[in-house]
Design a protein around this ligand. Structure first.
Ligand code: NAG
Ligand code: NAG
Ligand code: NAG
Ligand code: NAG
Length: 604
């Protein structure tokens, strides 16, 4: 039995792991995993598994349909007091991996010719050993970028007729990532009455580690409200793609769904409906749910722009509220309105808001996002505390506004994140700790890093998932012809290949590339809600997940190949569908069944 080097171009006929591991060698033996396969877990500091008689945390076989551990705990008003420990994360990941292997797996007929028959039951894995090689950092569930080592090794080897699967990692999150990979080695069986799963790639040797530390999805839950179950399904799918940052754009001009107990009117009047809210217990549950998956939920309160929903409860704090019909003079979207820039009442409000919210964020995150995009200067002409749109007058006021917020964020033990305009358009002096989230261009990323700031990328020409659906604004018949065919500002639709072609390091000078923490894809929700969120996100966010985990270049330093990626992404799509995520197909079965038939430009 020899280990073959992963044959890239025939990926469609073998086990596809998404995102691609750094090193993946495998053979082509069939080995089964059954519900009786024992998972043994030796925690940090314990002797290696070979000498351990009893596992430290033995796991019983889980019941057939343990949906209860995965979804819908939020209605139970249970409040967690702190983030899960590494041990709790691994325990959860073991249950989740078994659930995936035996209840949420898929039969891979789409990846074989029509006359394919699945292998018969034969050798099976006797044990899965998990081995933590080091001590977890204290903030394992809420790390700053770079604090947690997410690398892992996975081997599946035969030892005197015994197949043993071994995962070793320096941190509990590494073990969690390895368990995710484990599930992707196995397929559901059509014929096994007991629901056993099999791999066709044994033996296996994987070493894997992420290229970028910050791998995220940003979901806007203000333009449309998303139920906690939809958000949890999104987090589950993210973790399955080894994404580790969930950016929750939780308020905006259109609605304020986040309940702030110290300012109850904010959501009582600012949410679309009284039940379209995130109560403290639901918010707590979402943060906990993310962190137990090794995903850090990062909360954004966008300000001073994108705040007009505050005017429903505190009209005195907002300038230029809901100007019609020329709202576009004052804002990027209706309703216009911005927090007043030089108002003691606004400062008092923000103190109260942050005093309430930040201590609830702190147990689950090391970051807080204070927004800062698309601030409209005209809006301050109608702000009686400023009465000007002159950048020379506004700039020092904005500096004070942001300094005040960032000092507050730091006092709460958190690191601020802002949108790029604060640095590049407003020329603010920001602390070196502040992370700049870029969206407008690659040149912006180059400028941010040239100024010595850490950056999160996500150029809207590539990584905005809302683009290309066409306008959501309506045009009067008198101007309608001039707007034909009603395109949005960032179309065309960014298909997965375009997303996959984006290199976060593009245009960044080599000496500044260490400042790129990673990136996020963004789903702005003017035209997305529960009905289409899965298809809007998946599998396109998965394409970005592979760029962020595996890098934009392959092992030979070439741009990653769509021909290699497409069948693997198709397989990932099947795996997402099997776990209840309505991810869209990217090819027809004909293409994946017949192997190398749906491409152009490939010469063997
Ligand atoms: C399936 O069909 C192909 C093409 O006709 C043939 O080469 C192959 O041997 C068949 N495989 C099986 C398992 O029957
Ligand atoms: C664990 O840490 C060691 C020492 O830094 C490193 O060599 C190794 O690649 C890391 N990852 C794994 C999975 O062992
Ligand atoms: C920031 O600097 C640029 C270039 O010097 C200038 O055009 C712009 O007006 C400045 N912005 C503010 C808000 O002062
Ligand atoms: C690789 O991708 C980049 C975009 O990230 C593109 O500019 C470049 O031309 C590609 N290189 C090749 C050899 O196709």
């Amino acid at each position: 039995m020899i280990l073959l080097l992963f044959p890239l171009v025939f990926a469609s006929l073998t086990t596809a792991i998404w995102p691609a591991p750094a090193v993946y060698e495998h053979g082509n033996d069939v080995v089964w995993i059954t519900r009786d396969t024992e998972f043994k877990w030796a925690g940090a500091g314990k002797v290696g598994y070979l000498k351990t008689q009893e596992p430290e945390y033995p796991f019983e076989a889980i019941p057939n349909h343990p949906q209860n551990i995965i979804h819908e705990r939020s209605d139970k008003k249970r409040v967690h007091l702190k983030a899960p420990t590494g041990k709790e994360m691994v325990e959860y990941a073991i249950k989740s991996a078994k659930h995936t292997l035996f209840n949420r797996n898929f039969v891979p007929w789409k990846f074989h010719p029509r006359n394919w028959t699945e292998p018969v039951f034969d050798a099976s894995i006797s044990k899965v050993y998990l081995e933590l090689l080091g001590q977890d950092p204290e903030d394992i569930a809420k790390p700053l970028a770079g604090v947690v080592d997410e690398s892992y090794q996975l081997t599946l080897t035969e030892d005197s007729k015994n197949w043993i699967l071994h995962i070793a990692a320096n941190s509990s999150v590494g073990i969690v990532r390895g368990l995710t990979t484990l599930t992707q080695l196995f397929f559901a069986s059509e014929n096994s009455p007991d629901g056993h799963a099999y791999t066709t790639s044994a033996p296996v040797r994987i070493f894997d580690a992420p290229k970028f530390e910050h791998r995220g999805v940003n979901l806007d839950v203000s333009r449309h409200y998303f139920a906690p179950s939809d958000i949890k399904r999104t987090i589950d799918a993210m973790a399955y793609n080894k994404l580790n940052r969930f950016h929750l754009h939780v308020t905006d001009g259109q609605s304020w769904p986040l309940v702030i107990p110290a300012l109850p009117e904010l959501s009582a009047k600012g949410a679309y409906r009284p039940n379209q809210i995130y109560s403290p217990s639901v918010f707590n549950e979402l943060q906990y749910y993310a962190s137990i998956h090794g995903v850090e939920l990062i909360t954004e309160i966008d300000m001073p722009g994108h705040t007009s929903s505050i005017a429903h409860s505190y009209p005195e704090l907002i300038a230029s509220f809901d100007k019609q019909p020329n709202w576009d003079t004052y804002a990027a979207e209706p309703p216009s309105g911005t927090l007043k820039l030089n108002s003691p009442a606004v400062f008092k409000f923000l103190e109260t808001l942050l005093n309430d919210l930040l201590p609830r964020v702190f147990p689950y995150s090391s970051y807080f996002h204070t927004g800062g995009d698309e601030v409209n200067k005209n809006a301050y002409k109608l702000d009686e505390t400023v009465q000007s749109s002159d950048p020379a007058i506004l700039q020092p006021l904005m500096q004070k506004f942001i300094d005040r917020n960032h000092d507050h964020v730091r006092r709460a033990g958190l690191t601020p994140i802002v949108w790029e305009e604060m640095l590049l358009e407003w020329n603010l002096t920001l602390g070196k700790d502040v992370i700049i989230q870029s969206w407008r261009s690659d040149e912006a990323v180059a400028q941010i890093t040239a100024k010595g700031h850490k950056a999160i990328v996500g150029n809207y020409n590539y990584w905005y998932l809302d683009c290309g659906k066409g306008q959501w604004l309506n045009f009067d018949p008198s101007i309608s012809a001039s707007q034909y065919p009603y395109l949005d500002y960032c179309g065309p639709y960014h298909n997965w290949r375009l997303i996959y072609s984006y290199d976060p390091l593009t245009s960044v000078a080599p000496e500044n590339q260490h400042l790129i923490l990673g990136g996020e894809t963004h789903l702005w929700a003017e035209q997305a809600d529960a009905s289409n969120v899965d298809g809007m996100l998946w599998p396109r966010a998965a394409a970005a997940a592979e760029i962020l985990w595996s890098g934009a270049k392959d092992a030979q330093g070439r741009n990653r190949s769509q021909i290699d990626a497409a069948p693997r992404l198709s397989e990932m799509r099947e795996r997402l569908v099997a776990r209840g995520v309505a991810a869209e197909p990217i090819q027809m079965p004909y293409c994946t069944m017949e192997g190398m038939v749906c491409q152009l430009g490939y010469t063997p």
